[in-house]
Ligand binder design. Sequence first.
Ligand code: CA
Ligand code: CA
Ligand code: CA
Ligand code: CA
Length: 309
Amino acid sequence: MLRLGRLNDDNLLDVAAVGFGTNSVSVMLSSTGGPNPPVEYPVLHGGREDLEVADVTGDGRDDLIVMSGQTYASPNFSVLAQLASGGFASPVEYRVGEGILTSGIGVGDVTGDGRNDVVASYQGLAVFAQTPLGTLSEPTIYPTDNGAKPVEVVDVNLDSRPDVVTAHNSSNVVGVYLQQPDGSLASEDEYGFPVAQVGPHSLAVGDINGDGAPDVVIADRAHGLVVLYNTLPEQTNGSSSADAETGSSATVPEPDRSCRPGTEPMTMCKGGGRSAPESSDGRRARSARAERARRPENGLTWLYSAIRW
Ligand SMILES: [Ca+2]
Ligand SMILES: [Ca+2]
Ligand SMILES: [Ca+2]
Ligand SMILES: [Ca+2]
């Protein structure tokens, strides 16, 4: 998989890449003529990798964070710090604990101190907070629903505090952990959508429709490209406030079968989890789960769309 970042001192975006079980990370520095041949840096990873490029040492230089999703002999992830003199330091290895395999990593300041932290999913969510020394602390563990795989860190409710977003494999659930004012994460809010088969790289979060609110995009082997449009701005300016205030007491409507994924391209279904289409196996439980997630204090509502491939 590939990530872009500033991996030397010029202002050009460079490329980092890891392959399945290669035990190295490749760096292709860019010049005005394009990328240069790769330079390989050794780092243990046994398969099902994830990769992030971000400054997690506090010196302003992007570092390489390589996650291994297979083999207990490999660390859960390693940080290769970018050196002021160019190139990267030897890997510093981190583990959630013995006998644990991680499923995805994300990077951002989820503790509210201005320093980027590393978040790793497994059968829980582990936050490795960056210390003032530029190292990562022992993890703080938050519970997750089963099968959390990809993880991204983005401020989804626009309160200037980066939040954690994940997708759950085989359970039709997207999870959001909102960062609290004290730098902890609130318990996971779950939204029922057709999300069935996801991996470490299946999730991206960013504003794809230009309304200023980050949206969630998921590559799902079962359903195609699943897009959750974040409707927060509408709610905050009151245009859909009545909708939001219905809260958990509202009746869950019947699924709109015209909105089932794959029936036509770019079908948009109002109400996200509230009117979420049935999952592929038709379980209605997910509609109830999504409704419960629409707590008024959360304030997030998503519009669902899917493009089948
Ligand atoms: Ca750095
Ligand atoms: Ca932090
Ligand atoms: Ca936030
Ligand atoms: Ca948006």
